[in-house]
Ligand binder design. Sequence first.
Ligand code: C5P
Length: 393
Amino acid sequence: MHGKRILLIVGGGIAAFKSLELVRAIRRAGGSVTPVLTAGGAEFVTPLSLAALAEHQVHTELFDVTEEAAMGHIALSRAADLLVVCPATADLLAKMAAGLASDLATTLLLATDTPVLAVPAMNVRMWGHAATLANVATLRARGVTVMEPDEGEMACGEYGPGRLPEIERIMAGIRAALVVETRLAGRHVIVTAGPTHEAIDPVRYLANRSSGKQGFAIAGALAALGARVTLVAGPVELPTPPGCTRIDVVSALDMAAAVERALPADAAVMVAAVGDWRVEAAGSKLKKNGAPPTLALVENPDILATVAVPGPRRPRLVVGFAAETENAVANAVAKRTRKGADWIVANDVSGDVMGGDRNTVHLVGASGVEDWAEMPKAEVARRLALRIADELA
Ligand code: C5P
């Protein structure tokens, strides 16, 4: 973050005090912070503490004669590489979506063409309210990056999504929004992640234990290198990594259609644990009367193999995953040829890999097999993203 200038807008919420910690983290990473405190924010943190940690004057008023004379409010946002709204309250998000300019913070947000990262924190019901959801959707459609809040116990005693994300996650969001690295700028990468749900009837489904963690981490790592990432996600509760366009799907057929629509791409990384079969004729709810029903299964299309078919639409690099409980490498070598993929990332899922945070993988390519040491899924993602960048260079 060296030399990067962050304009930090602090909204009025109980999480505002954490903005102080964020100022320190940004500065430790080499960035500078210009703080803007809303009237609500000033109820929770003092301008003095913000100014002391930022080692920078705090801006609060829109019509402050000295401030306007020294630096107009429009120039204030122009002088930044990124605007970070933290905490972004329901009120601030609503004002941003409506385009209000009723104080310094909202005026800056309206007057800027600098990228904006909003870090929400609010009561769980406020976050889940249709009005907030619509405002967030509007802002995202306009290109504002709105992070997903963390889930957990709230200051008000309720439980659910709405907590300010951990500082480390906010920092990752800032890094991605700043696109500090541009090795994959201008490249489009499709990533599939998570399980699929195959309907048995309207209320039951077949699924698998894929958590989506590795695929989401890969999507985030690619975006952090500047790629345009389309993340086609099966049913998982994970937050969207900063910088990714997410398409939520349920079944393998949905996923295949979403991938098809997302093409063309420079690379496709198929991490999803796609259900191999779907239930034929999943009609009305099965009744428990007499003998147990027999489920007739039909094979799902192989999305990876379809994308890898040679032709003008084939991405330059097609990467598949192979989750195996035995002979991971041998199976991956065979799978690479069978499916027409360029690389297969083999992992042994016999332990607690699925749902866990660490992974041991083997990268199987045309020239052989590389055994990677056990490492966090985030590190696997970063290394793989760098390899993809080398390949597409
Ligand atoms: O054959 P297997 O399911 O082990 O292959 C795994 C790889 O193939 C993964 O990359 C997975 O995303 C992909 N796959 C797919 N469509 C399927 C089944 C698997 O894209 N129907």
